[in-house]
Design a protein around this ligand. Structure first.
Ligand SMILES: Nc1ncnc2c1ncn2[C@@H]1O[C@H](COP(=O)(O)OP(=O)(O)OP(=O)(O)O)[C@@H](O)[C@H]1O
Length: 257
């Protein structure tokens, strides 16, 4: 069923399965995420997109009933190996959730928290990181005069860009986005989409989205999931215009899901 199967990609999965108890929610997925590109994960509710995304930076470790089999390769290292430290790998692989979840702290402290946790003490260096991260998240001009204000004083769209800036503050190589715009209005959604396209110049991005137009707008390749299986993974233009699999065709035509 899968159109892309390789072993040991620079960053990707090999035979990755996720179980909740006996329920195999994600089934032996082989996928590669090329650098400087956006990969969209689409499929009907419950098909395993978020579970798969969360497994990429070991967030499923936090769920007692979850078990992850298979390998997650990053530069020759298996991130799913028990000897791989999850905190260190989450510095390399950042994540942004569906609902903006800033800390109950100032705008500045939201960004400075991660670098400080990882050892940066110099105020000058932290100031630089805060400014650079906010600039990369296209938020600096809107907040530069109110860095000491609570992050909760920002609009929902600004909070989500703040969460992206927070993820960027520790210089990740990969950004995982779980429906990052689904709680936002159309203008804020547009800004997040522009940001994704800008950020991919330096990063690998993997995004779960329910919105097929959004997948078509922002991604280079798209993967269609169904019942925990990867049905098809191909260039976004190809997948939406001429999918190889009948099931993908039916989903993108809106016949189910
Ligand atoms: N924490 C959990 N504990 C037990 N089962 C879970 C858990 N999270 C997800 N599941 C189950 O795993 C399967 C895949 O769910 P998942 O949330 O990954 O799908 P999804 O495609 O992201 O869905 P949606 O689009 O609705 O967010 C579903 O059967 C779901 O009920």
């Amino acid at each position: 069923m899968q159109t892309q199967t390789r072993t040991q990609p620079r960053f990707g999965t090999e035979e990755l399965s996720v179980f909740y108890g006996t329920n195999e929610a994600v089934k032996k997925i082989n996928m590669e995420f090329p650098e400087k590109s956006v990969t969209a994960l689409i499929g009907p509710s419950g098909c395993g997109k978020s579970t798969f995304l969360r497994s990429l930076n070991r967030m499923n470790d936090e769920i007692a009933s979850a078990r992850v089999d298979g390998r997650i390769w990053m530069d020759g290292q298996d991130l799913n190996d028990k000897n791989t430290d999850a905190v260190t790998l989450r510095q390399k692989i950042g994540m942004v959730w569906q609902r903006p979840n800033p800390f109950y702290k100032s705008i500045y402290e939201n960004i400075a928290f991660g670098p400080r946790y990882h050892g940066t003490r110099s105020k000058k260096k932290l100031d630089e990181i805060v400014e650079q991260s906010l600039r990369r998240a296209a938020l600096w001009d809107e907040v530069k005069d109110r860095l000491k204000e609570s992050a909760l004083s920002l609009s929902g769209g600004q909070q989500q860009r703040l969460c992206i800036a927070r993820a960027l503050s520790v210089s990740p190589q990969i950004l995982l986005l779980d429906e990052p715009a689904s709680a936002l209005d159309p203008v804020s959604t547009g800004k997040v989409e522009e940001l994704i396209i800008e950020l991919k110049k330096d990063l690998r991005i993997v995004i779960v989205t329910h919105n097929m137009q959004q997948a078509a707008r922002v991604s280079d390749s798209t993967a269609y999931f169904y019942l925990g299986n990867l049905i098809e993974h191909d260039d976004t233009t190809k997948l939406f215009s001429n999918p190889s699999n009948q099931m993908t065709q039916e989903y993108i035509m809106g016949r189910f899901g």
